[in-house]
Design a protein around this ligand. Sequence first.
Ligand SMILES: C[S@@+](CC[C@H](N)C(=O)[O-])C[C@H]1O[C@@H](n2cnc3c(N)ncnc32)[C@H](O)[C@@H]1O
Length: 460
Amino acid sequence: MLTKEYVTELKHRGNGDISSLINSQRDVRSINFILESLGHLPENFNPNFLYDLLRHNHSQVRLNAVKNIGKLNGKSDIRSLFNLYKNETDTNVRREIVSSIGRQRNPANKRILVNFLQDKDPKIVCQAIRGLLVFEKDNEVKKYLRPLVNHPNEMVRTIIYKEYFSKDNKNKNILPHTQTYNFLKNVVINADVLEALKVVPDESVHLTFTSPPYYNARDYSIYPSYHAYLEFLENVFIETHRITKEGRFLIVNTSPIIIPRISRAHSSKRYGIPFDLHPLLVKNGWEFIDDIIWLKPEASVKNRVGGFMQHRKPLGYKPNSITEYLMVYRKSTEKLLDWNIRSYDYETVKKSKVADGYETTNVWKIDPCFDKVHSAVFPVELCKRVIQYYSYKGDLVFDPFAGSGTVGKTAKSLERMFFLTEKENKYFEYMKSKDKNQNLFDNVKTKFLTLEQFRKEVSK
Ligand SMILES: C[S@@+](CC[C@H](N)C(=O)[O-])C[C@H]1O[C@@H](n2cnc3c(N)ncnc32)[C@H](O)[C@@H]1O
């Protein structure tokens, strides 16, 4: 019977016994079993039969042959592997060829590895990069690899960025991860967010939670076109990315909206804001993490299904929208979350630990909230969850579209700090009035600033 022990014994004889054993096998499974049992290859191992197997018509056999040739460290016949690559159609065999050549760590193979950088399969390109990075200091290798930071594939771009570009950024003059600037702590600014952010330094906020104005849905959000609206949000989240600390989170609350028809002769138009915004965020360095659904009671939303209930005609179905999205993103980084967490001292981690009863699913059932002054406020419970799950005590939480200031108020109650911008004077004044009554920001002194005053504070 064919056993691993028997294969190991023959392998050490080194006189072609393995080759005879393979030739005597009738079925492909046994050939693969032998090839997969070979393990480390001894010095006196005769590999010739492996090269014959590169012509085998079963791809798994070719794959195993390539893997074993790769183990011959410095003695592999790279030309045979390269010739096979040129005609090979099986993806796994092709990738294994590149990996086997890379594993030789032989400077003589650099040219061949460079050839693989043109391959259409991004995994092959990544394998070739790995093989070439053994010689990362070599100027010629650098010349081939650095331009791949613009490669169409994101995996390739990430490897190259991490290797050659993120190191260039290491000396940036930024604060330690857990700290921020005093002029941003518990501040509300009455200004267009893009104007205010112009003076905010890089990497200064720990979390952003916001609900952007809806496209033409309310009087505070009039844009010349949907394209202009998306472009505005894109710019806000590019700037938010810049001021966000490495590896920290952005949570955007959005939902599709409907613009009512202008007359009976026209249809209403629905805009999929979350779906149109998503690619813009990802393109600008926000890594998608999760989609959380905010589920509201049906009685609390506008009734759209009424007409259908009468006529029941297919195509005319319009369900009541009882959900909104919380789109969760992380500022792209090569660092693991563990790196972020380890930046905090033991006490802060302990104090910030999320208590029992936390939400375990991505469907959050929360009643909406109504306010006498602002028509689209966050429920406090929604803010509480986001702030507790995505920030530590003492962190700075940012809301570019503050409205009535629910994010600030909740951040304060959870021992975080806040930085808010709000364009409309009436909502800014509303936040201010609530602060006077000591029920918006409790006992902490909040600064309410115009843009000019804020600029002065920053430049002090
Ligand atoms: C959906 S509301 C946010 C409500 C808020 N989440 C709350 O709980 O009260 C969006 C807010 O963004 C503000 N806004 C719109 N465009 C802005 C801009 N360019 N800069 C700053 N604020 C803006 C609007 O005035 C509105 O109050």
